[in-house]
Design a binder for this molecule. Structure first.
Ligand code: GCU
Length: 612
């Protein structure tokens, strides 16, 4: 489909007709800039008054938008002027943060909400450029600076930035963001998920200034644990893109100059005989410094290799068993919602460490960078996933482009994170031709962007017709990915825990086998017979029986039970037990460990001991 036809298609969809492309400049995430976090004024706008006029025409497409367009952020000239909104007198919400857990009446709110922040700026120095950077905003974000539209971004879990240079000014500036978390069939994720559809500016916002020519992206990796060769690429953006960048790794005594060509690209390669590998046992990070002109960018980077060999996963050339747990980017303890702080991320990963985990599946979307970098510092391997979840609109090209953009944004943001070893393309998607075509296109894109990591997806199993105890994994996607991962709920959605002892597995792939989910619901503090659902005893027994069943799977390379902690879900209404929470956590929504927590902890301790 030609670009023009595609833009035309765009215009027909209920999305914004002429969305301005967001920039993904991965170096912005390590640049400090001016933080715009804190209290933002907000206006709830379920009827889109601030965006559409009464003829449902987008106000920001008018050459002369009327003054009651919210993005203009104006005050009445005098007492006679009729303006029916006012950010000055509006209440505030914290950014970063979801709106759902900050105001009781917003808990279930799905729709448009306007954010406004006024900030002082010293002005740009000669030749400098400015970018407005968002860690993420769920789901659609229309961004305005001093009344000018910068762009429209879709997708709730990846960073984006807009060039602000032409519009930012010395003194007071007004940034207005229309955030809309309504669900759409053709969105990613689609209408139906088993997690809370938190809306808002859920991650940090900042204004980042860079020199006229700046380092926009850098990739660095260990090519082989045998040769200890380190290589990578650099991208300069700006007028003098053909230049040179100094790279240094002081601790290794490495210093080299990389020449960039007319398009600003440069590549490098060097041997690092003294290099220590990053691993869970020794999560060694090196300071890497990149300097060009007046700027320098510093990052903490680990070096490791990851690949498969038959049914094994090799980390730095050695077999590794993934002792995992699944985590949502939520900490509901004390009424919390989306994880926004290092402390909250620390709490979740500390519980994972207490379980003796060396691996986390960050489900079902890219989590914030703080979580990934903390996992890296703590020596925890990471599975990162895009929200291609259940049954999305496989034959819709716009939906594919959304998923593809999320995939490349995820890879671009975390390419240099040693802890991230697996990119996951999807979760529990139906086996049919349009779906497999969709996912194999994504796989091709992922491989073209990153040849250093493993690909997977959480697939499903089914019972063999006429032989209910025989569980089969049969999926054309398994031929495409590197690790055959599937979710299985024998003992919860499929029979009782006692069934585990009778199950035989048929998984006809000579690849590592990973169980990406299993689990059972338990209301913390609810006790009873081990066959009584939602008791801690049922969950504990399910874990015991499942662990024994999994130990019988040939080629098992690890698993990540569902789930570390109870989390909010609109699909879990059961009064007095679920009350809007998925209760499959090993920790309750009050932060109390359930019996099964210790079952898994002990199982992983034994595996850890055995691996020594
Ligand atoms: C699914 C799904 C999860 C969901 C879980 C459950 O497998 O991937 O998102 O929460 O099962 O039913 O609890």
């Amino acid at each position: 489909m030609s670009k023009h036809a595609f833009t035309l298609l765009f215009a027909l969809l209920p999305f914004a007709p002429q969305a301005l492309e967001a920039e993904v400049i991965s170096s912005l995430s390590v640049r400090e800039g001016q933080s715009l976090d804190g209290e933002w004024k907000y206006i709830v706008d379920p009827y889109e008054l601030g965006y559409y006029d009464y003829r449902w025409q987008p106000r920001d497409e008018s050459t002369n938008p009327s003054r009651d367009s919210f993005f203009l952020d104006v005050q009445p000239k005098d007492a006679t002027e009729l303006i029916e909104y006012n950010f000055e007198t509006a209440p505030t919400l914290k950014v970063p943060g979801d709106w759902n857990t900050q105001e009781r009446e917003l808990l279930y709110y799905e729709g448009t909400l306007w954010y406004r922040k006024k900030f002082d700026f010293d002005g740009l120095k000669e030749g400098e450029r400015a970018f407005l950077y968002f860690g993420a905003a769920n789901y659609r974000a229309d961004v305005y600076l001093n009344g000018k539209k910068l762009g429209t971004h879709f997708g709730g879990f990846t960073p984006f930035a807009y060039e602000a240079t032409p519009h930012v000014k010395k003194g007071v500036n007004s940034v207005v963001v229309r955030v809309d978390n309504k669900r759409y069939k053709d969105a990613v994720p689609t209408l139906n998920t088993d997690w809370w559809n938190y809306g808002g500016l859920t991650r940090s916002v900042r204004l980042v200034t860079v020199p006229a020519t700046f380092i926009s992206e850098y990739k660095i990796r260990l090519e082989s644990e045998e040769t200890r060769v380190v290589s990578g690429e650099i991208q300069l953006k700006g007028a003098a893109a053909s230049g040179a960048v100094q790279i240094s790794i002081p601790e290794l005594g490495q210093e080299l100059e990389v020449k960039t060509d007319a398009s600003g690209r440069g590549s490098f390669r060097f041997e690092a005989p003294k290099l220590k590998f990053w691993s869970p046992e020794d999560p060694k990070l090196y300071e890497v410094r990149l300097e060009q002109g007046r700027e320098s960018v510093t990052d903490q980077v680990g070096f490791r290799t990851i690949r498969t060999k038959g049914r094994q996963i090799l980390l730095n050339g050695k077999p590794v068993f993934l002792r995992g747990i699944c985590i949502h980017e939520e900490l509901a303890v004390n009424g919390g919602g989306r994880v926004t702080s290092a402390e909250q991320a620390k709490q979740l990963l500390t519980w994972a460490k207490e379980l003796n985990c060396n691996f986390v599946r960050l489900a079902h979307y890219p989590h914030n960078e703080t979580m990934v970098r903390l996992a890296e510092r703590l020596g925890i391997l990471v599975w990162s996933e895009i929200p291609v979840y259940w049954t999305i609109d496989w034959e819709n090209e716009a939906t594919y482009q959304r998923a593809a953009t999320m995939l490349s944004d995820m890879i671009q943001r975390d390419y240099n994170r040693a802890a991230v070893i697996i990119w996951s393309l999807a979760n529990e998607t139906p086996v049919n031709e349009p779906r497999t075509r969709f996912l194999s296109r994504l796989a091709g894109q992922a491989r073209s962007l990153d040849k250093t990591r493993l690909l997977s997806a959480a697939m499903e199993k089914h019972s063999k017709p006429g032989a209910d105890n025989v569980q089969v994994v049969e999926d054309p996607l398994a031929e495409i990915v590197d690790i055959v991962s599937f979710n299985q709920y024998v003992g919860w959605y499929d029979g009782l825990p006692e069934k585990c002892a009778r199950v035989k597995w048929e998984i006809p792939y000579d690849k590592p086998i990973f169980i990406s989910e299993f689990g059972a619901g338990a209301k913390q503090g609810m006790h009873g017979d081990k066959t009584a659902r939602f008791t801690e005893e049922y969950q504990e027994d399910l874990y015991r029986q499942t662990l024994a069943m999994l130990d019988r799977i040939d080629g098992l390379c690890g698993f990540s039970p569902w789930v570390l902690i109870d989390f909010r879900s609109p699909r879990r209404p059961l009064p007095k037990i679920q009350d809007g929470f998925n209760r499959k956590g090993l920790v309750s929504s009050e932060g109390v460990k359930k019996k099964a927590f210790f079952t898994l902890q002990e199982y992983y301790r034994k595996r850890l001991e055995a691996a020594k």
